[in-house]
Structure formats: structure tokens, C-alpha cells
Write a protein that binds this ligand. Sequence first.
Ligand code: SAM
Ligand code: SF4
Length: 330
Amino acid sequence: MLIDPFERQVTYLRVSVTDRCDFRCFYCMSEHMSFLPKADLLSLEELDRLCGAFVALGVKKLRISGGEPLVRRGIMTLMHRLGRHLKTGALDELTVTTNASQLERYAEELVDCGVRRINVSLDTLDEANFVAITRWGKFAKVMAGIEAARAAGLRVKINTVALSGVNDAEIEDIVRWCGGKDMDLTFIETMPMGEIDGDRSAQYLPLSEVRARLAKRWTLDANDHQSGGPARYVSLRESGQRVGFITPLSHNFCESCNRVRLTCTGNLFMCLGQDDAADLRAPLRASDDDAAVIAAIREAISRKPKGHDFIIDRTREAPAVSRHMSVTGG
Ligand code: SAM
Ligand code: SF4
């Protein structure tokens, strides 16, 4: 088992399989991003081996993310390989966070790999707004992707970043749209990660405001649902649907953190909001035996910090952490 210095058991690994993406969401990336040289990436076999080491150490939930994970070449080979841990019972859940652009193509195969639920990031239902937010995204393709996922039997949860002056007028519409399709919905606050083209503080919308808006239309009942992630939920009494809130800034979500994050170059980040990382690529490549990599994982977990120090304010020009969310996959 992996237990950190604060007695938290690490059971959840998020893996960013690529830092590249077919979108350029303005709050996530600048329009002209420089990406890692392909030669620096771990191979799919190496990613599989590393994930296997984590599963052997008690990780029960794997989330494949990015960048856009479904644009990595050969991604389904990795998904099929990882699915074997579900069959043995070592892993409880294999899941994906995606922008849905490739779901028409891959939804059924994801089900074949053992995936049952996915998170789709969607910040607007308005096509013009969608283009303004994602810069390169194709709205119709995303909508078709979401329908393909539902048709394949995947449970879809929508993740929406709350953005002041961008999608705040759509909050109620997004809630109703998700309710109508029986999809859970989670709102997320923007986090100060990586340089982007604009001013992040102008777009920051505290979820306390989103919650207050929802409370004007619906009766919010406490809901103690635990997804294994950082979201806290309410139920809307009138529609019965569940809405989650991920509030890394306005509320500390670190106390029960069970997560670590692996990048596509084999760096392990023990906290989304801190720069400390452990290199797992060197011990992985040093030997075919997993002993060195397992020792490196254990050593890394012994350094897992208590929490992050995110703040967004107008007096700080630099982001709290310099890497983009796409490096660690959120
Ligand atoms: N491309 C995939 C997607 O968009 O679902 C997976 C990677 S994306 C980095 C994962 C999640 O991080 C998305 O829900 C996205 O909205 C969110 N995200 C990206 N940058 C963020 C930021 N600075 N603050 C908060 N959420 C962010
Ligand atoms: Fe790509 Fe996801 Fe970042 Fe948007 S949020 S640019 S889809 S990685």
C-alpha cells in the first residue's frame, strides 16, 4: 500500500498520456503552445508498465487524461492492456477524461476495454461560445461524440469550468441539459496553472456564486456521494439530478487527497498545485525488473505534501505553478 506522511492512502493515479491536444481552450493553453519533443515521451509499453507498478502498490482507480488522451497514437492498445487489471480485480475502475472530439470513433472500443464511465469537458452549449473557448474545437463533433458515448452505454459526466463573463449566463441551461440526458455535472474553478494568453483573474468565478445561482432555481439538498475525486455534491430536489463542485481555490480540497499524477515523460507529481516531482523514467529504464521503480514510487509518496498553495489575485502576475494542466491531466 502507498501511505503518505499524512496517513492518506494513495489509491488513484491520473496519467497524462500526451501533452498535445486538438483544442486550445483559452484557460488551459496559449494558442501557440510548445509541446514536448516526441522522443521524450514514454512508450505505450512503458506507460503500461508504470501503471502496472502502481496497481501492484494498491492503486484502484486509473484515469487516463492529457492533453487530449484520445489523440495519442495507439491509445487503444494501452487501454486494452490496462483493462486486464479490471479483469483480475486488481483495479476497480479505468476511466478517461476527454474533450469528446474522438468519441464517435472510440466510444464502443472503450467499453470493450472495460471503461464504464467517462468525464467529458464541455464549458458551453452555444456553438459560437464553444469556438471562442476552445479556439480549434468542432462543436458538432463534440456533440456527436457525447451521443456516441451514451449510445455505447458509457455513463458520461460533464465537467464545466465556470468562467466569469464567458459561460456564467449558461449555468442554468447546462444544468437542465445534463438533467435531460441523465448525465451528472461537475463545475470546476479555474486554477492558476501555466501561462495563457489572457488575464486569468478576470475569468475566475468562485463556485459559491454558481451555487447561489442554482439555489435561486432549485432546492439544493446535501448529497454525500463520493466519486473518489475531489468533487462535493448536491442534489436538485425538483429534478433529482446530482451536481458537483470542485473548488480548489475557495475551499481546500486537499485533506482527503488520494491522488497522484503521472506525466507522459514519466514524472510523478504528488500534488497538482506544487512543483515537486519524482522521475520514474530513469528507474523504469534502468532495469526490466520493477524493484527500482517501485522503490522510487514509494520514496515519492513519502514526499507527498499536505496541500497546494493556489491563489488567483491581480497582484500576482505569474501562475502559481508554471506547468499547464495538460501536463498532468487535471
Ligand atoms: N483534454 C481533456 C479534456 O479537456 O477533458 C483532458 C485534459 S484537460 C487538461 C482536463 C480538465 O482540466 C478539463 O476538464 C479542463 O477543463 C480542465 N482544465 C484545464 N485547465 C484548467 C485550469 N487552468 N483550471 C481549471 N481547470 C482546467
Ligand atoms: Fe485540450 Fe482539454 Fe486543455 Fe481544452 S482543456 S486545451 S481540450 S487539454
